[in-house]
Write a protein that binds this ligand. Structure first.
Ligand code: GLY
Ligand code: MN
Ligand code: MN
Length: 355
């Protein structure tokens, strides 16, 4: 079933006759448009894609499934959109409340007389949890680039190399592969490895450090998100114990994932495994998140999750232990839920690498 049909079915069950899609990621997912300004109005039997004259040529080649209507100066987007709403006969229009500002809503309300605006929540975005074959192909490529990148930067795991040097090498590597970094690269060494989101700093790697790298590739709009922790020099007993317990939590959680399992149960399992060594208290974030057109895509593995795993969903699995003043370990892979389990999409080595 294509994206439009899935959206129309959801609209019907929510009694929304017409839906305004303005979230840029949802717009790309639905229509294929990759420009920075546009909107879609979707009805049960049609709709329209609206953008301005900067994007006329691009929209005509990219947008699938809706007629494209464009405008130029002196017209402005909300007034042109009203003309389109009127010609579609729209009287009641759902909008994505999570991305529309109060000012934008007020502006629409003042201009769109005769159109009742209905705030919807989680109507469009969760549909992105089930990946299409095209999305999966690109996620696989983004994962492959991240794996190759980890292999490439291992030569920098030496005392005296700065976290920033590693970040720059990752950035360059991604660009050479036709990708960009999916988010600001995390390189956190020594005491800084206890910072779950420690952006690369000027700190130089030192013997005895854990080094946590968290990075991903964004390839043609789809992302990967990988974390590995390595150690410089022979690890001490505590480092080995913490690392092995995080690895055990990660591998056991991946092994239990399959359709029908709840995101909440997988998260709870990670905490139970970490607690075998009294480490759950140092694991403050959720176990994982949906991954796709956004690094943090809809869906998650956490204590608050209401998601039930389905074939075609992609999640990260990323338990971590962060002990202030001592250091930390996180291991993160990307997995695709299959008919009877998961396929791990990232393949960088997970045994404790010693440099
Ligand atoms: N770097 C963000 C994350 O792993 O979710
Ligand atoms: Mn990450
Ligand atoms: Mn992540």
């Amino acid at each position: 079933m294509n994206a439009y049909q899935r959206l129309r079915d959801k609209m019907a069950s929510a009694s929304i006759e017409a839906m305004l899609v303005t979230d840029n990621t949802n717009l790309t997912w639905l229509t294929g448009f990759t420009g920075s300004s546009g909107l879609a109005v979707v009805t049960q039997d049609g709709g329209v894609f609206v953008t301005d004259s900067r994007y006329t040529v691009q929209a005509e080649s990219e947008v699938k499934g809706l007629p494209v209507e464009t405008f130029g100066s002196p017209k402005i987007l909300p007034d042109f959109t009203l003309e389109q709403l009127q010609s579609l006969g729209v009287k009641r229009l759902g909008f994505e409340s999570q991305v529309v500002t109060v000012a934008q809503r007020e502006d629409w309300e003042s201009r769109w007389t005769g159109v009742e605006l209905v705030a919807t929540k989680d109507l469009v975005s969760p549909l992105r949890m089930l990946k299409t074959d095209e999305e999966l192909a690109l996620i696989r490529q983004a994962c492959g680039i991240a794996d190759a990148c980890f292999d490439h930067v291992q030569r920098l795991f030496q005392p005296g190399v700065s976290e920033r040097d590693i970040e720059l090498e990752i950035e360059l590597f991604m660009r050479r592969q036709g990708a960009t970094t999916a988010f600001e690269v995390i390189v956190a060494s020594g005491w800084r490895s206890a910072l779950p989101h420690g952006r690369a700093s000027e700190k130089k790697l030192e013997a005895g450090d854990f080094v946590t790298l968290d990075f991903g590739a964004c390839y043609k709009g789809l992302n990967s998100d990988v974390t590995r922790t390595v150690v410089l020099g022979e690890p001490n007993d505590r480092q080995r114990e913490v690392y092995n317990q995080v690895l055990k939590a990660e591998t056991e959680c991946i092994a239990m994932m399959k359709p029908g399992v709840s995101g909440k149960a997988v998260d709870a399992h990670a905490r139970m495994i970490l607690d075998e060594k009294g480490l759950a208290q140092y694991f403050g974030h959720g176990l994982g998140h949906g991954l796709g057109r956004q690094v943090h895509d809809p869906g998650g593995l956490s204590s608050r999750s209401t998601d039930i795993l389905e074939e075609g969903m992609v999640f990260t699995v990323e338990p971590g232990v962060y002990i202030a003043g001592w250091g930390g370990v996180r291991i993160e892979d990307d997995v695709l839920v299959t008919a009877d389990g998961v396929e791990v999409l990232t393949h960088a080595p997970k045994e404790l690498l010693v440099f």
